[in-house]
Design a protein around this ligand. Structure first.
Ligand code: KIV
Ligand code: NA
Length: 268
């Protein structure tokens, strides 16, 4: 009966040992991630990875809840954080509260994550003041792709730092227990990390952050394309294809199933 990590446990890791986080959307990968990571993100990147969408915009609350439940069943020690999908929280703090309550009641996860800085601060305060731990997400916020125009690194020009710093500060002061910082130039990521009281979790934001997160399929070499900031720790794509090709070969030649895979008749 392992005690699951909580949002306060992660919050307490500011300036401590780096927080290790990966995404997972399903039970069997969650069980593996659970053995080595402090937290599992059920990210809305599942729209790309599981459903083949080009952006996270089409992802629904129902999709997030279904995979959140799977990850909770598969894991036991890690804090599970479920992304709030586009359209489920930006309308009002009450809308955000209703969506977050659904996520927490139906998945039993330990926290939610939402994108946005200053504009979401009031919502973060509303949720975290009502029993819902919130992880922030600033810098590159993929749900805003249609207003941003493209997925681009943020803060590579010092002239553009101020609004991103303000976003981090607003979300931290609103009560977020941790903040994902995505695709932000290293000096800015370091400055943000040093200037807020809660841990930053970087993705494309350098080792200066208080922790790191990656999309599991990207680091496993299972995604056809991955951003510059991904290091590949495996090359599962070719391994899986080789296994599938072997199966196809054996089925056609009747080498599979073999005698060991066949049920005999009962002896009478
Ligand atoms: O959806 C996701 O996987 C994420 C991470 C990339 C931070 O939000
Ligand atoms: Na996400």
């Amino acid at each position: 009966n392992i005690r699951r990590k909580t949002a306060p446990d992660l919050r307490a890791r500011k300036n401590g040992e780096p927080i290790v986080m990966l995404t997972s959307y399903h039970a069997h990968t969650a069980a593996l991630v659970d053995k080595h990571c402090d937290a599992i993100l059920v990210g809305d990147s599942l729209g790309n990875v599981m459903h083949g969408f080009e952006t996270t915009v089409p992802v629904t609350l129902d999709m997030m809840i279904l995979q959140g439940r799977a990850v909770m069943r598969g894991s036991q020690a890690a804090l599970v954080v479920v992304d709030m999908p586009f359209g489920s929280y930006e309308g009002s703090k009450e809308q955000a509260f209703a969506s977050a309550v659904r996520i927490m009641k139906e998945t039993l996860c330990g926290a939610v994550k939402l994108e946005g800085g200053v504009r979401m601060a009031e919502t973060v305060a509303f949720l975290s003041g009502r029993g819902i731990p919130v992880m922030g997400h600033i810098g590159l916020t993929p749900q805003s792709i249609n207003t941003l125009g493209s997925f681009r690194a943020q803060g590579r020009d010092e002239a553009n730092w101020a609004p991103i710093e303000a976003d981090a500060r607003a979300i931290a002061e609103a009560g977020a227990f941790s903040i994902v910082v995505e695709a932000v130039a290293e000096p800015l990521a370091r400055k943000i990390t040093q200037s807020i009281a809660v841990p930053t979790i970087g993705i494309g934001a350098s080792a200066a952050c208080d922790g790191q997160v990656l999309v599991l399929e990207d680091m496993l070499g299972l995604s056809p394309r991955a951003p510059k900031f991904v290091r590949r720790y495996g090359n599962l794509g070719p391994m899986i294809e080789e296994a599938i090709a072997g199966y196809a070969r054996d089925v056609k030649s009747r080498a599979f199933p073999g005698p060991e895979h066949v049920y005999d008749m009962k002896k009478s």
